[in-house]
Ligand binder design. Structure first.
Ligand SMILES: [Ca+2]
Length: 561
């Protein structure tokens, strides 16, 4: 068969079609297939109201890039749903991209979006925490732009209420059935299995899909999910306020908290907590015991008498205490949750998000959880502040008593509050449970963006209401890991493979083996061997060194309990 066009096979309805295939290809799979040209997938052949196909293109194999970028020969279809003019007078649509490999494994994957969307990410099926992608594994993959094509650096789509809903949940809900129809048109049959995988906002998307669109998915992976994301965005403004309290004239948070400061805090946490899991290895597996054993106020000394080493200046110490305790209003009510103390606070990715990118940074970073997101997407009605100063003035003026409650606000125009359009409406996942779907959530315990404790609280509530929660939803904490990857951690693992075994073979994940990324600066800095592996354990279990085990680098030396 010529390689200029990619063909797909589908069930034949007649012998003539089989003969045509054999003639065209000089052979065949023998399963009675008829070729469908990628280019034949059009708005007219799809015949779905409101769904436009903009392009359908055969893409040749790519094998000269990185392991995560390479892909097999496939058909790429792009288009839009629901073209409309927004309340702000701007054109909107939900953009989508479907990529379908020439050799299909019969499965479908929704690739969760990142940040505030706004771009059509290549639908390669990014497999977080691995060196592969789902397209290479034979998946048909779809991505979407979340309902606005304004780029990652623009949060002003939040001025349009429908664009908010599209971003929160409706893009996934609309694109998924349309994409499955495209897959069916291409291959002649519907996917046998449908999955969702995402991290960060895509992890939030997985939890939302598990709640709102459980009928569309057999299994979902939610990495470092932004559950209560609008609250986490308020927390970020709180962080900026605390960090700036500790900053000197002309200083930004990254200046006031040099890496040596966070290295010192990390070392003090390790001193109290490393051995609690039986292994002095730079990883704190026993998070719960560590939170009790480590007392920041007591164990990280304040500088006195002119000392500048092995201590923290009082202003820095006060700021970090407040950041880790979590955002509170003036009467001390928690508006989000707290953050676990973990040696991963010394991680490069922790620093990037907590001290550099999120507080006061060029766009797009403060559109995700900073002034842009809160001011334009999560406040109702929108505050719509000037971002000329990267949102610093807005953040410093922001009142936790009178501004923060706007994330719960509604109006005649904005009928859904930010919490309503961003969170899963049923965190108990009744629909997913009833159809025997599965959800794997994982979360780095040193995530500076979304606190791992929020995932723990979600799972505790689920498990307390349903003793069988572990039969359809499991949470894996990743000690030391920062936001989706990075940090002093074993952050390489394949959650999609674990999910496939659970869904397709009924093998629930009792542990997931994770390894280090030898190229990660936090791993290199600590001289951890490349062979280091650890088990990730389903919450509430934690990895513990087996008494007498000799090899500290092997997952086999640890048990989940
Ligand atoms: Ca340890």
């Amino acid at each position: 068969m010529a390689n200029t066009h990619i063909h797909f096979t589908r069930r034949s309805s007649g012998a003539a079609a089989v003969a045509a295939l054999l003639a065209a290809c000089g052979g065949g799979s023998g399963d009675g297939a008829v070729p469908v040209a990628c280019e034949s997938i059009t708005t007219e052949t799809l015949k779905l109201p409101g769904i436009k196909v903009s392009s359908s293109t055969s893409v040749p194999e790519k094998s000269d890039g990185s392991a995560t970028e390479n892909y097999p020969a496939h058909c790429k279809v792009t288009g839009t749903l629901n073209e409309r003019t927004g309340m702000d007078g701007k054109p909107y649509a939900i953009g989508y991209e479907v990529r379908m490999p020439k050799t299909w494994n019969g499965k479908f994957l929704y690739q969760g979006g990142e940040g505030t969307d706004g771009v059509l990410a290549p639908a390669l099926g990014k497999l977080w925490n691995t060196d592969s992608n789902a397209l290479r594994q034979g998946y048909a993959v779809v991505s979407s732009d979340g309902g606005h094509a304004t780029g990652q650096a623009d949060a002003t789509f939040g001025l349009d209420p429908q664009a908010r809903s599209d971003y929160g949940y409706n893009a996934v809900g609309s694109v998924t059935p349309a994409a499955k129809q495209i897959v069916k048109l291409a291959y002649g049959r519907a996917p046998e299995r449908s999955y969702f995988l995402g991290c960060s906002n895509g992890g939030r998307g997985a939890m939302v899909a598990a709640s709102r669109f459980a009928d569309q998915f057999d299994g979902l992976v939610a990495g470092n999910p932004g559950y209560d994301l609008p609250k986490a965005a308020v927390q970020q403004i709180w962080d900026t306020q605390q960090f700036m309290q500790a900053a000197g004239p002309g200083q930004l948070p990254k200046d006031a908290f040099p890496q040596a400061t966070m290295d010192f805090v990390g070392s003090r946490i390790l001193a109290k907590c490393d051995a609690l899991d039986g292994a002095e290895d730079g990883i704190v597996q026993n998070r719960t015991a560590c939170q009790a054993a480590f007392d920041f106020a007591r164990d990280v000394p304040a500088c006195t008498g002119g000392a500048t080493s092995n201590c923290l200046p009082t202003a820095q110490k006060n700021a970090l205490q407040k950041v880790f305790d979590g955002v509170k209003n003036s009467v001390g009510q928690s508006l989000y949750t707290n953050f676990p103390w973990d040696p991963g606070v010394a991680g490069e990715n922790w620093r990037f998000w907590k001290l550099e990118a999120a507080p006061i940074a060029p766009l797009p970073f403060n559109t995700l959880i900073g002034a842009g997101a809160v001011g334009y997407i999560f406040t109702s009605p929108p505050d719509a502040p000037s971002l000329a100063d990267a949102g610093l003035g807005y953040q410093l003026r922001f009142s936790m008593d009178t501004d923060a409650p706007k994330i719960f606000g509604r109006s005649n125009v904005f009928k859904e509050s930010a919490l309503e359009f961003m969170n899963p409406p049923d965190p108990q996942l009744a629909a997913l449970k009833s159809r025997a779907g599965k959800l794997i959530v994982y979360h780095g315990t040193a995530d500076p963006v979304f606190s791992a404790h929020r995932s723990v609280e979600w799972y505790q509530a689920l498990a307390s209401s349903d003793a069988n929660a572990g039969s359809y939803a499991r949470l894996f904490l990743v000690p030391g890991m920062n936001h989706c990857s990075g940090g002093p951690a074993t952050d390489r693992f394949n959650m999609l493979a674990a999910l496939e075994r659970w869904v397709e073979q009924g093998q629930a994940p009792d542990k997931i083996i994770a390894s280090v990324n030898p190229a990660d600066p936090d791993v290199r800095l600590r001289n951890w061997p490349a062979k280091r592996t650890r088990p990730l354990c389903p919450y509430p279990q934690q990895a513990t060194l087996i008494a007498g085990a000799q090899d500290l680098e092997s997952a086999d030396s640890f048990v989940c309990k």
